[in-house]
Design a protein around this ligand. Structure first.
Ligand SMILES: Nc1ncnc2c1ncn2[C@@H]1O[C@H](COP(=O)(O)OP(=O)(O)OP(=O)(O)O)[C@@H](O)[C@H]1O
Length: 153
C-alpha cells in the first residue's frame, strides 16, 4: 500500500492587528515638527563627527558643486550633481543607522546575518559613490578640459 505524501507543517495562523495611530513602543515621540528636524540634525551631526567616510563625502561633494559653479555648469547639471551627492550622504546615514541597529542586536558577538547586513549597507554606499563619481566625471571633465585648453592658448 502506497503511503500518502506527508503534509508540510501548517503555519501558525497570524492574527491581523489593526494599525494604531499611536506608537506605543517608542521611548519618545517628537511632539513638534521642529523637534523632528532637531533630531534629524543630531543624526547628521553624529554621522559627521563619528564616520570618516561621511566627512570625506561631504568634502568631495562640496568640491564637486564648487567646481561645477566655477566651470559654469547649467542649473540642471548642478542639480543632477547635487542629487547624486545627496543620495551618497543619505546612503551613508542609512549605513550608520544599520550598523548601530546591528550592534545593538548582536552586541560584540559574531553573526553571519550581522555580517550580511553590514556588508550590504556598506555596498549601498559604494554603489551610490561610484554612480556619483561617474555622473560628476561626465559633467565636469569636458568643461574642465575646455577650461584648461582656453587657459593654455
Ligand atoms: N557582529 C558582526 N558579525 C559578523 N561580522 C561583523 C560584525 N560586525 C562587523 N562585522 C564585519 O566587519 C565589517 C566592519 O564592521 P564595522 O561595524 O566596523 O563597520 P565599519 O567598518 O564601521 O563600516 P563603514 O566603513 O561602512 O562605516 C562589516 O562590514 C562586517 O563584514
Amino acid at each position: 500500500m502506497s503511503e500518502l505524501p506527508s503534509q508540510p507543517p501548517k503555519r501558525p495562523s497570524t492574527k491581523v492587528v489593526p494599525l494604531k495611530p499611536t506608537r506605543d513602543l517608542a521611548w519618545q515621540v517628537a511632539p513638534t515638527l521642529w523637534t523632528s528636524f532637531k533630531y534629524a540634525w543630531m543624526g547628521i551631526s553624529y554621522a559627521f563627527q563619528t564616520q570618516r567616510n561621511f566627512k570625506v563625502h561631504v568634502f568631495v561633494g562640496a568640491i564637486a558643486i564648487g567646481s561645477g559653479v566655477f566651470l559654469h555648469l547649467s542649473v540642471v547639471e548642478l542639480a543632477v550633481i547635487g542629487l547624486t551627492i545627496g543620495a551618497v550622504l543619505a546612503m551613508e546615514l542609512l549605513n550608520t543607522a544599520i550598523e548601530s541597529v546591528v550592534d545593538l542586536t548582536v552586541k560584540q558577538s559574531y553573526h553571519e546575518l550581522a555580517k550580511i547586513a553590514k556588508d550590504c549597507a556598506a555596498a549601498a554606499v559604494l554603489v551610490s559613490s561610484i554612480a556619483a563619481l561617474l555622473v560628476a566625471g561626465f559633467l565636469l571633465l569636458p568643461k574642465l578640459f575646455l577650461f584648461v585648453e582656453l587657459a593654455l592658448h
